[in-house]
Design a protein around this ligand. Structure first.
Ligand SMILES: CCC/C=C/C=C/C(=O)SCCNC(=O)CCNC(=O)[C@H](O)C(C)(C)COP(=O)(O)OP(=O)(O)OC[C@H]1O[C@@H](n2cnc3c(N)ncnc32)[C@H](O)[C@@H]1OP(=O)(O)O
Length: 312
């Protein structure tokens, strides 16, 4: 399988003829021109802070349709692990630069990403590939494990690995022109970095998920909204990104103790039974109920004031 993919990779377009990419037709860049945060230095991502306590992580390879190359797979977890403990951030928005959100795996990078000696024994080759798959799974798990809620703002195409990415986010918004495709079967793969595991839990319709996975058929924003993959649809990219940032700002105004606790417990409860989930939150809250945030929030609510919470 990967041997064939590696051959495709050697002849795919981005590595050989990036100048041919059709990126000039529609450029929907944000109206806001924001400078990157100096302590977040990545090749494939740009991190900015559009509002206090809100970070925007932009997939930043517009000329390659934000496709996922080797650097991307390692930069995403580095970025989200850093954000997870960054006390200046309480909510994150993921956006795509250029004309679409992401084209998924960079087909021209496959040979570099999955490197092995062709004449090597199958077991030895397999054992070399396994750690790469595990690493790539960690890429999107880092978003799910990030202590801050993450909102995906999707415009135009969200293909293959893009669906893996957005299903690891907490909230998904998209534009009216957005379309999605679980594309992996079309390149001879069973999706292996999260879609098959997370999507059924998000949409609660196993029959539909299987249909989308087995056929790789495209579906549009209205269908994505109808079965709950996204919760809001906006007329265009600017409106979508602004809506996501506004929601992130609202989340960031709440107690970071309460929001982080809610995220950690929702992820835990998705993967465990009701009683285990109740046990987990009981242990969690035996500590967190002692937080100053509880008293602050309750007092502010009674006095009809807006509480201000300290950094975590
Ligand atoms: C261990 C692995 C874990 C990860 C697995 C992940 C798997 C996946 O993501 S599977 C999906 C991989 N992606 C694709 O198959 C995308 C295929 N591309 C498209 O469907 C369309 O190109 C797209 C909808 C993104 C855009 O369509 P549009 O009509 O607007 O543009 P095109 O003319 O089709 O494309 C422009 C040029 O870009 C090249 N290109 C597009 N996507 C990729 C890609 N993912 N990797 C490399 N190159 C890509 C396309 O060939 C065109 O090149 P050229 O003909 O030279 O202009």
């Amino acid at each position: 399988m990967f041997r064939n993919l590696a051959k495709i990779g050697r002849s795919a377009s981005f590595s050989q003829a990036p100048q041919n990419l059709k990126t000039s037709t529609v450029h929907l860049q944000p109206v806001r021109a924001m400078s990157a945060l100096p302590n977040y230095k990545f090749e494939t991502l740009k991190v900015t802070s559009p509002k206090e306590f809100v970070y925007e992580v932009t997939l930043n390879r517009p000329d390659a349709l934000n496709s996922m190359n080797k650097e991307f797979w390692y930069e995403v977890p580095a970025c989200f692990n850093q954000i997870s403990t960054d006390t200046n951030c309480r909510a994150v928005v993921i956006t795509g630069s250029g004309r679409l959100f992401t084209a998924g795996l960079d087909l021209s990078s496959i040979a570099e990403v999955v490197a092995f000696e062709e004449d090597e024994d199958v077991a030895r080759r397999s054992m070399k590939i396994m750690p790469t798959i595990r690493d790539f799974q960690k890429t999107f798990t880092a978003i799910e494990k990030c202590n801050k809620p993450v909102i995906a703002a999707i415009h135009n195409a969200c293909i293959g690995g893009g669906v893996d990415l957005i299903t690891s986010c907490d909230i998904r918004y998209c534009t009216k022109d957005a379309f999605f495709q679980i594309k992996e079967v079309d390149i001879g793969l069973a999706a292996d970095v999260g879609t098959l595991q997370r999507l059924p839990k998000i949409v609660g319709n196993d029959s539909l998920v299987r249909e989308l996975v087995y056929t790789a058929r495209r579906f549009q924003s209205d269908e994505a909204l109808s079965f709950g993959l996204v919760s809001r649809v906006f007329p265009n990219r600017d409106a979508c990104v602004s809506g996501a940032i506004e929601m992130a700002e609202l989340i960031a105004s709440k107690s970071p103790v309460a929001v982080t606790g809610s995220k950690v417990n929702m992820v835990y409860s998705r993967d465990h039974g009701v009683q285990e989930g109740l046990d987990f939150i009981a242990v969690w809250n035996q500590g967190m109920l002692q937080s100053e945030d509880v008293m602050k929030a309750a007092m502010a609510s009674m006095q009809k004031e807006t509480p201000k919470f300290s950094k975590l």
